[in-house]
Each structure stands twice: as C-alpha cells, then as structure tokens.
Design a protein around this ligand. Structure first.
Ligand code: 2AL
Length: 241
C-alpha cells in the first residue's frame, strides 16, 4: 500500500515533521510518500494562501494517480483543495482537519481546536460545520504562533501552545483537544502526556484512517460529484491543468 501525504505548503522542513508523524501512525507494510508541491505559499494562514495551495495539491494528486498511489492525506488544517483532490483521486483522500474531528469524536462528547493564528479559526469553524461536528466542537482557540514559528522556534512555540491548551481546558472543559496545524504534529505526544487528556494530531489521524479505508477496499465514489472533472481547455498560467 502506498499513501501520499501532501504538505500543501512549500516548507520542506515541515514536510519532514509531517512525514515522521505519518510513518509512525501506519503499519509496517505501508509506504509513505511525503511531499510539498513545487509551487505555492511557504505557509498557509489565509484564504488567499489556501486558494494558491489548492493548485499544488491538485498537481500532486495528479502525479500520485500516475504513480499508482492508493490514497492521500492533505496535511494542512484548512483541508485545501480537498474536493478537487477527490475528483482527481481514485482512492480515499482525507484532510487532517476532517480526520482529526472524526478521531476526537471517538474519544469523548466534545473537543476543542487549538490552532496557530486566530484569523484561521473562521475556516476551522466552517469545516466543523461542513463535516457535521458543530455540537461536538466546544471551543475555537489560537496560540497566535505563526505556522513557520513552529519550526523556527519550537520550544517557545510549544510553550505558547501549551498555555493556550491549558486555558482552553479551564474555560471550555473539552474531552479532547485537536491540534489545528500539521506543524504541531511533533508536539502531540508531549502535550497529551503533560495535559492529561487526549490530544489529536490530524496527520496521524488522517493517515491511519486512509490506511484503514484502503484496507477495506474503500475508494472515492465516482458516481456524480467526485467523478473526474469534465475535460476542458484551461488557458494561461494554469494551462498545464
Ligand atoms: N491552521 C493552520 O495553521 N494551518 C496550516 N497552515 C499550514 O501551512 N499548515 C497547516 O496545517
């Protein structure tokens, strides 16, 4: 089995963090291919970043199909390009937000999201509502660490994240915490141990769920909405598509 884990931002050091978390979450017979697109923003912290990143995600899925990948993880908490990726993929495609919400829902009645910048919380709220977890998600919080700050100064980023998690637990008493950024993947186990409640990293959750779906033979439905997009001319910069 081969799962392609796509970090939609173009920061390869973060891709390596994501790769380690993905590899640790799957069985030994699963091959993980972790990549960043060849184009796109170095970090994704806005709707504009997400729009740009979606093109790179599509390009990586298109290449993955040519290489025979069995499934895909979109390792960015905004799940950028998820629906387009499902149109292009034959196997399952799971974003880390959707995967994390499902995983958290198996562990308790409620969860809270603790993410990077507060400006990304609107997107998180939209995804919670779209995926059907409105009642379960009891808090939307941000530690105000920029995405690349997680890589550049991990110790102070961890300190800020832990403080915000502690505040969230005190204010909203969630049964679990969902980490709102792929770049937090390496901090999950330490946080869970120090905070004393389940802490979900979406990279591990989504990757293990893709493995499970591939093992039961589940593929993306091609009946209607996620059928291959109609062939058409694309002009200008995006013409390769
Ligand atoms: N909420 C976020 O910080 N999302 C993210 N931006 C990235 O570049 N990767 C993420 O997971």
């Amino acid at each position: 089995m081969r799962i392609k884990v796509i970090n939609p931002n173009t920061t390869w050091s973060m891709t390596r963090t994501i790769e380690a978390a993905a590899r640790a979450s799957v069985s030994s017979d699963v091959e993980i291919e972790a990549v960043s697109p060849t184009m796109g923003p170095v970090s994704i912290e806005s709707h504009a970043d997400e729009a740009l990143a979606a093109v790179g995600v599509m390009d990586e899925v298109r290449k993955g199909e040519a290489d025979g990948c069995d499934g895909y993880v979109l390792a960015c908490f905004g799940d950028p390009g998820l629906h387009a990726a499902r149109e292009l993929a034959s196997g399952p495609v799971i974003g880390i937000a959707e995967g994390a919400f499902h995983a958290a829902s198996f562990l308790g009645r409620s969860f809270a999201i603790v993410t990077t910048l507060g400006r990304t919380l609107g997107r998180a709220r939209d995804l919670v509502n779209e995926y059907g977890f409105t009642r379960a998600c009891v808090a939307y919080r941000a530690c105000e660490v920029p995405v690349l700050g997680l890589d550049e100064d991990p110790e102070s980023a961890y300190a800020a994240l832990r403080v915000e998690c502690e505040r969230t637990i005190a204010d909203a008493s969630p049964d679990a915490i969902v980490l709102g950024c792929a770049g937090m993947a390496g901090m999950c186990a330490r946080l869970q141990s120090e905070l004393g409640l389940p802490v979900i990293d979406g990279v591990a959750a989504a990757t293990s769920l893709v493995e499970a779906m591939v093992r039961i033979g589940a593929k993306t439905s091609k009946r209607e909405e996620f059928a291959a997009p109609p062939a058409k001319e694309v002009v200008g910069l995006l013409s390769p598509f």
